[in-house]
Design a protein around this ligand. Structure first.
Ligand code: NDP
Length: 249
């Protein structure tokens, strides 16, 4: 028996990297999983990877309110509400303070902060009492790293949302928590850093991370699965780092 037998989950940005590993894990725990992402071919592949009987793909952009309405119409049509909502979709591009344009800042916040707000707000009528909302943050929110300004600030916003929404939603028993990954090997991270940068991150991790290596998407998914389940029933408004101990060396 899985911890999420008979439950319904939704993972935004579930067609790759951490989102796909999370969708797979939630399905393995017994949940039906809705997955969203902007690229249809990748989304179809993700649904196939999770299992067409256990997953439903809905193409959509979390920064577009109409797309979110279509997504939730599909969830509503299934008729079981939502027990687990994972706001994972995010984008990251490097820009120093000097390089930051209004477009860079607005696009980052439209997906990573505003997208999270309306992903959760529009889910409210569908969230079952006792549901678990997990927001994906980042260790970038804690650290001074060159060219991470808008991204890191958007991830700091996510942590703040979790604390506020935990209070606002307490009457319905809905818990909101954050998982903050460190350096995890995903297609998104490789695209951002480039092959060479990804290699450098891998080598650097030997010295800057207690575990001495970068993380796997499945290791983040395990923390999400814990927060999604009733095992974490007394964990509210918390932030769980899955970073191999990056702040401790
Ligand atoms: P990827 O880039 O590999 O995956 C991101 C996913 O989000 C893709 O499936 C992408 O699909 C989707 N996505 C992006 N923008 C949107 C949008 N506007 N609407 C809907 N879906 C969208 O990223 P990771 O797996 O690396 O990251 C997942 C999460 O973990 C993010 O929140 C990221 O900030 C966070 N994180 C990752 C770290 C890492 O080292 N990998 C470290 C710390 C945090 P599509 O392009 O089809 O829309």
């Amino acid at each position: 028996m899985g911890q999420l037998d008979g439950r319904t989950s939704l993972v935004t940005g579930g067609n790759g990297g951490i989102g796909l590993a999370t969708a797979q894990r939630l399905a393995d725990e017994g949940s039906h999983v809705f997955i969203t992402g902007r690229r249809k071919a990748e989304l179809d592949a993700a649904v196939e990877a999770v299992g067409a009987d256990r997953a439903t793909g809905v193409v959509g952009d979390v920064s577009d309110p109409e797309d979110l309405d279509r997504l939730y119409a599909a969830v509503r049509a299934r008729g079981r509400g939502l027990d687990v909502l994972v706001a994972n979709a995010a984008i990251g591009e490097f820009a120093t303070l000097e390089q930051t344009t209004q477009e860079h800042f607005d696009t980052t916040f439209a997906v990573n902060a505003r997208g999270v707000v309306f992903t959760v707000q529009k889910a409210l009528p569908l969230l079952n009492d006792g549901a678990s909302v997990v927001l994906i943050g980042s260790t970038a929110a804690d650290r001074g790293m060159e060219a991470f300004g808008a991204y890191a600030a958007s991830k700091a916003a996510v942590r703040s949302f979790a604390r506020t929404w935990s209070v606002e939603l307490k009457g319905r028993g809905i818990r909101v928590n954050v998982v903050s990954p460190g350096m995890i090997e995903t297609p998104g991270a490789t695209a951002l850093l480039g092959e060479e940068g990804a290699r450098a991150a891998r080598t650097g991790a030997a010295e800057t991370v207690v575990k001495g290596r970068t993380g796997e998407p499945e290791e983040v998914a395990a923390a999400v699965a814990f927060l999604a389940s009733e095992q974490s029933g007394y964990v509210v408004g918390a932030n769980i780092y899955v970073d191999g101990g990056v702040n401790q060396v």
